[in-house]
Ligand binder design. Structure first.
Ligand code: PMP
Length: 473
């Protein structure tokens, strides 16, 4: 057996094998999964904009005007007018002086963290931060101090312990998700910022899962906390609520100039493609015009949470769109996931190393495009299957609640070499059961004549968007 085959066999033995699942058609609430119709309950297309006609049309239009690829990195010839326009719009949306587009959220975190901390510096990172933050910390070569999840006291204690840098010049950086991707809980941003200011540390906040739900008009957790313009760098992705691909860092003009000069994932990677940028522009425009989508996402989140609670799951009555049902053991989580698919509900099982050992879970995500009836049915199916598999819904509390219930350990310093919990979102596992990818069939589903896409309001007009007069306005 080759070494690779052995490693694969070991993963399977541990219940950690992963395979790609195939979705046909756009990321709507109802999709074909490996050929089987299911309710999609694990997409980050939170506002339903990835498949919105105006967003699709804007992307298609941009491809016709500017081509598909940007052709070079931002610092060579890859910065096009449309990048500048989206940066202006995102800066306004996030209440910051300036903005810088990156190829993806993963790249943005690598680039920003590496620019703000290096050898001899110290990064303070929440233990449940996303894998891209974990990897940014590792790549930076800074010392990494991991503080307990959302635990400001532990952070302050850690900051105190690392109060003096080796040469007095060392930089300190606090980094956190604002909404945690696998649990759906929110970082205490105001207290974290107080700690940062008290100890002279910079702060980076990742708003990947907050935009589209929290804050006025879905502007994110930073806006919700009234901290716009106060965080050193706010990172966000275009790949979730904004329905496209790519990412951004919002900061002061000086900080953005610094990132342009130092963020390696910006400097050494091709600029985001024009259709993705145009799609995000249209999505932002839709969000501004019709903020009711945000309300819809929040009320849908409440519907799903209440329906799950009625089934006996320990789910808080909140408006957060990410809901974790902690199963514990890997194979049990996969079994529940597979049985749910058989019953027409697709909620991906998430296992280590994406989440800490012993906390494998179903991670449910609500979209504004779900109907309340779909969400209630899904909750009923999950309740029924959980009982059928002899699992106790009442025991499925979120991981951080469980950990908090345990006696608090003496403030131990968690080292960067400790096993970090979050590495990457989990790809899917089950073998394909249906026909292989069929471009013709798959193409049929989303194929909508461009002319038929204009919604009830005027289509997104890129020409108007980018006309000099519009830019000056
Ligand atoms: N940060 C968080 C918190 C995320 O959940 C993700 C995506 N899963 C990213 C960053 C990476 O964003 P992208 O998908 O744009 O690379």
């Amino acid at each position: 057996m080759s070494e690779i085959a052995e490693r694969l066999a070991e993963l399977e033995r541990l219940g950690l094998g992963r395979r790609l699942r195939l979705i046909s058609g756009p990321q709507g609430p109802n999709v074909l999964l490996d050929g089987k119709p299911v309710l999609l309950l694990c997409s980050n297309n939170y506002l339903g904009l990835a498949d919105h006609p105006r967003v699709r049309e804007a992307a298609a239009d941009a491809a016709m005007r500017w081509g598909v690829g940007a052709g070079a990195s931002r610092l060579v010839s890859g910065t096009m007018t449309i990048h500048g326009r989206l940066e202006e719009r995102l800066a306004a949306f996030k209440g910051s002086e300036a903005c810088l587009l990156f190829g993806s959220g993963y790249l943005a975190n690598l680039g920003v963290i590496g620019a703000l901390a290096g050898r001899g510096d110290t990064i303070f990172s929440d233990e449940l931060n996303h894998a891209s933050i974990v990897d940014g910390c590792r790549l930076s070569r800074a010392e990494v101090v991991i503080y307990h999840h959302r635990d400001v006291e532990h952070l302050e204690w850690s900051l105190h312990r690392h109060a003096s840098g080796r040469d007095g010049q060392a930089r300190r950086l606090i980094v956190t998700d604002s909404v945690f991707s696998m649990d759906g809980d929110v970082a205490p941003l105001a207290q974290l910022l107080d700690a940062a200011q008290a100890y002279g540390a910079r702060m980076v906040v990742d708003e990947a899962h907050a935009v589209g739900n929290l804050g006025p008009d879905g502007r994110g957790a930073v806006a919700e906390a009234g901290l716009e313009g106060e965080i050193d760098v706010v990172v966000g992705t275009l790949g979730k609520a904004l329905g496209s691909y790519g990412a951004y860092a919002c900061a002061s003009a000086e900080m953005v100039r610094y990132l342009i000069n130092t963020a390696r994932s910006l400097i050494f990677s091709t600029a985001p493609p024009p259709p993705a940028v145009a799609g995000a522009l249209a999505a932002l425009e839709l969000l501004r015009e019709r903020p009711h989508r945000v309300q819809r996402l929040r009320s849908n989140a409440r519907v799903l949470r209440r329906a799950l609670a009625a089934e006996g799951f320990p789910v808080a009555d909140s408006e957060m769109q990410i809901v974790a049902l902690i199963v514990g053991e890997e194979r049990a989580a996969m079994r529940l996931c597979q049985e749910a698919i058989e019953r027409g509900v697709f909620a991906q099982a998430i296992r280590p190393p994406t989440v800490p050992d012993g906390t494998s879970r179903l991670r449910l995500t609500v979209m504004a495009s779900h109907t309340a009836a779909e969400l209630r049915t899904a909750a009923g199916v999950l309740g029924e299957l959980t009982r059928k598999l002899d699992l106790d819904p009442a025991a499925m509390a979120p991981a951080h609640t469980e950990r908090r219930a345990a006696p608090e350990p003496a403030h131990a310093e968690l080292s960067a070499h400790a096993e970090l919990s979050a590495y990457a979102h989990e790809p899917s596992r089950a073998p394909r059961t249906a026909a292989p990818f069929d471009l013709e069939r798959d193409g049929e589903q989303p194929a909508v004549a461009l002319s038929a896409l204009a919604g009830p309001s005027a289509p997104f007009d890129l020409e108007r968007e980018l006309a000099p007069s519009a830019r000056a306005a």
